[in-house]
Write a new protein. Structure first.
Length: 157
């Protein structure tokens, strides 16, 4: 099971990831960072993952997912639609108990959560972050586009 130290170390390696402690003692990971653009206005990050532990025990790791992943994961043992977020129509999953996901699967979903949020950052934020995020977001966008094209081709048959 993922520990707080491993969760934070993994998320820290993702491009333009920013760690804050919010809502008590939750480890909140955002993509984008806070930067100033040419006009001097602040551009803020968007959350892609939240980790919460109580006395060293997992309380929940919550992360953004695609619509398809949401449908697959929401009924798996140890996973559930994220409280508060999913009830408002957002596609977020929370791993709250065993068996949940393996560390490998969880890391893959955290990478995808980061990519989903990065891809949907406003154009001026992506532009202000420049090449640190650009190549990563473009690669994710291209991968998603190829998946959509494959699904469309299968549906046309």
């Amino acid at each position: 099971m993922m520990t707080p130290k491993r969760f934070n170390a993994f998320c820290a390696k993702l491009p333009c990831a920013l760690h804050v402690v919010q809502w008590g003692d939750a480890d909140v990971w955002k993509v984008g960072g806070t930067v100033s653009d040419a006009e001097g206005s602040k551009l803020h990050a968007k959350v892609f993952a939240i980790g919460a532990w109580h006395h060293g025990e997992l309380a929940g790791i919550t992360f953004k997912v695609s619509d398809i992943a949401y449908e697959v994961l929401k009924d798996m043992q140890g996973l559930r639609p994220a409280p508060y977020l999913a009830s408002r129509g957002m596609t977020w999953i929370q791993m709250h108990a065993d068996p949940g996901l393996s560390d490998r699967e969880l890391k893959r979903h955290l990478e995808q959560a980061h990519a989903l949020v990065a891809r949907n950052l406003p154009k001026r934020v992506r532009g202000a972050l420049g090449p640190k995020l650009g190549g990563f977001a473009n690669a994710c966008r291209d991968r998603c586009r190829r998946r959509r094209e494959r699904r469309r081709a299968i549906n046309r048959r």
